[in-house]
Design a binder for this molecule. Structure first.
Ligand code: UDX
Ligand code: UDX
Ligand code: ADP
Length: 470
């Protein structure tokens, strides 16, 4: 097969945007066009302020835009021109119907696939890039094959993306591995090699793994489930630490030094967030249930349950420490994004926490260096509930700095591990807060002994607060 010259990416989101921008950056002789039906999003990609905050992304996009990287709402035209099409549309969890709350909503993937089938006038390699449940490629193939003609053939590949937000560009420049799954047919294998050749422009061949289609799809769900499982495991241990006087950071370090366990991804926290972990675990649970494997489903479900437990445990601890009531108290929440270095708030623990604080009639002051105020309101408002927005606006205040949020607050709650929270002038914050001034560190990131010296009452996940008094 001839080398790829023209790539179209359907879906200009967190996955499609950075991934295809990096392909354009690394492969100057490939024309890459990223398409979306959302005109506002495309406009933002063409502006000075990109729709996604991601360290290093601006440089990549600005250096190739207008040269071999383009953005467009004309999906049909770019499907027609492309030799290879990435499908990177959203796959949210279904809100209603069969599998509601668990199964992925594949309506967007199907619509994009049907569009490809309908408008293509030449053969294409179609690459599934969105995280999708196992065997989605099979449905895509059925749709595409039903529309094959003598001149138009489709090969389907699964090429899941493993980038993490906040480090997307370095993950894309130096991935641990790239995974490409294909049907084990002659033409499937040729298509697989053709895509591998694109990545080989900057990734060593030994890091490009080829598998069958189903292994590739399942590996993506499995990788996210295993990562989330590590966090739930350390978070479960954090509760034991708090009750006993063991220190969860010390336990994680001691365990992580065993090379079989490894040191990464063992940081206890207020709970994992992000668009992938919860969604993929619930997908895996749903898949296992569908396959009549209830024990397997139950096993993975526990990873999700533990995460919910951790968020609730943290909230309960805050309320009970503040003398069992937070009514009319001011709680300063530092961080709203689901992790540092991103403006993304999907499934952020901050949302669950703040909703609980509002239910207890607390006043909540929120500061996040990257999340827009409007996004915070959207996340905290229940859709369809009359006057809910007004109620939310009454309870929360969105602040321009941590100092503003902490002024007259009863408690400071760290939810996102932004580096700047380490550098704050805590003497100033202490002076401005009500006494006793409480700090709840949901990210184990602050210098607790130093804060205690200033006068704060400090609670850290996975550490016994009484230890600090000794
Ligand atoms: C994740 C996977 O890492 C990535 O490979 C996949 O492609 C998409 O899902 P992402 O959700 O962007 O990426 O970020 P990640 O760094 O994995 O963090 C997810 C959540 O886990 C965050 O809320 C983070 O704060 C939390 N986390 C992570 C912990 O609480 N402790 C840790 O040790 C690591
Ligand atoms: C274990 C711990 O490895 C060791 O650090 C601790 O001190 C004692 O417990 P052990 O039980 O001797 O050591 O052997 P190990 O190699 O860990 O295997 C335990 C069981 O797990 C075996 O039945 C082994 O076959 C099984 N196993 C191990 C798997 O099924 N898959 C694996 O990938 C690894
Ligand atoms: P992800 O995190 O998986 O990248 P996002 O929600 O950030 O998900 O992005 C998915 C993008 O796909 C959205 O911008 C959405 O408008 C776009 N999209 C969904 N369906 C289609 C379609 N049929 N054609 C073009 N774009 C689509």
């Amino acid at each position: 097969m001839a080398p790829i010259k023209n790539i179209c990416c359907i879906g200009a989101g967190y996955v499609g945007g950075p991934t295809c921008a990096v392909i354009a950056y690394k492969c100057h002789d490939i024309k890459v066009t990223i398409c979306d039906i959302n005109a506002q999003r495309i406009e933002a990609w063409m502006s000075d302020k990109l729709p996604i905050y991601e360290p290093g992304l601006d440089e990549v996009v600005f250096s190739r835009r207008g040269k071999n990287l383009f953005f467009s709402t004309d999906v049909d035209k770019h499907i027609q021109e492309a030799d290879l099409i990435f499908v990177s549309v959203n796959t949210p969890t279904k809100k209603k119907g069969l599998g509601a709350g668990m199964a992925a909503d594949l309506a967007y993937v199907e619509a994009a696939t049907r569009r490809i089938a309908q408008v293509s006038t030449s053969s294409k390699i179609v690459v599934e890039k969105s995280t999708v449940p196992c065997r989605t490629a099979e449905s895509m193939r059925a749709i595409l094959e039903a529309n094959c003609t003598a001149n138009v053939k489709f090969d389907i590949l699964s090429n899941p993306e493993f980038l993490a937000e906040g480090t997307a560009i370095s993950d894309l420049f130096n991935p641990d591995r790239v995974l490409i799954g294909s049907l084990q047919t002659e033409s499937g294998k040729v298509a697989q090699q053709t895509l591998a050749d694109v990545y080989a422009n900057w990734i060593p061949r030994e890091n490009i793994i080829t598998t069958n289609l189903w292994s590739s799809e399942l590996s993506k769900l499995a990788a996210n489930a295993l990562l989330a499982q590590r966090i739930s495991s350390i978070n479960a241990l954090s509760a034991v630490c708090e009750a006993t006087g063991a220190d969860v950071d010390e336990v994680a370090y001691a365990c992580g030094r065993d090379t079989r366990i490894g040191s990464k991804f063992l940081k206890a926290s207020v709970g994992f967030g992000g668009s992938c972990f919860q969604k993929d675990i619930l997908n895996l649970v749903y898949l296992s249930t569908q396959l009549n494997l209830p024990e397997v489903a139950e096993y993975w479900k526990q990873v999700y349950t533990m995460n919910e437990y951790q968020k609730n445990r943290f909230t309960r601890n805050i309320i009970s420490t503040l003398f069992n009531t937070i009514t009319n108290k001011k709680i300063a929440v530092l961080g709203f994004a689901f992790k540092k270095d991103t403006g993304d708030t999907r499934e952020s623990a901050a949302i669950t926490l703040i909703k609980s604080f509002m239910e207890e009639n607390a006043r909540v002051a929120i500061y996040d260096p990257k999340v827009e105020a409007e996004q915070i309101y959207l996340d905290l408002t229940e859709p369809g509930v009359v006057d809910n927005r007004k109620q939310v606006e009454k309870c929360i205040e969105i602040c321009g700095s941590a100092y503003e949020a902490a002024k007259d607050a009863d408690a400071l709650v760290v939810v996102t591990e932004w580096d700047e929270f380490r550098q704050l002038d805590y003497n100033r914050i202490y002076k401005d807060m009500h006494k006793p001034a409480f700090v709840f560190d949901g990210r184990l990131m602050l210098d607790a002994p130093k804060l205690r010296d200033i006068g704060f009452k400090v609670h850290v996940i996975g550490k016994n607060p009484l230890e600090g008094r000794a």
